[in-house]
Design a protein around this ligand. Sequence first.
Ligand code: MLT
Length: 200
Amino acid sequence: MKHIYKEGKANRPTLLLLHGTGGTENDLLPIGNFIDPDAGILSVRGEVLENGMPRFFRRLAEGVFDLEDLVKRTEDLNTFINKAAEDYGFDRNNVIAVGYSNGANIAASLMFHYADALKGAILHHPMVPVRDKGLPSLDGTSVFIGAGTNDPICPMDEAKDLKGLLEGAGAEVHVHWENFGHSLTQSEIQAAAAWYHNKY
Ligand code: MLT
């Protein structure tokens, strides 16, 4: 997968950066550096193109996901992270995702499908990636959700349901609310950074 890698300082986490629809691996670099300048960075470009816009999995309509493709792309991304850890020599057990919108959704899907894919995740404006699925044990996984009270793409119930499902699997989840629609604001990024520094 097309990506950017930057080595981190010893024992710091690797931030897996996952852009929103129409983004690239460059988009979240400033946010990754803001959250933890000492962390490693693995920033990946989604391989699906929707009218020329990169995404991490196909959708049938806005908010309606192609579940078969989602499962396959989630597996591909997990395999890619495994291989990158070997190639670059970072700790596979110390990867924290930072995703926005479609990138947050594939990060959530990694946790829905694999017990040890992520040590933690910062999910900006996510949805529930798949419903009616048993989750693996997520004991020890910490998740920050940034959501909008008036987000037209990710309604409040999506964030609330996602929190409940992750907590039901054993994850510890913090939800931060904003009221700027689907936008990723500076104050939300600051809240995510404060949460991160409290944990890692
Ligand atoms: C998705 O398709 O993952 C969500 O609708 C968010 C987005 O627009 O990317």
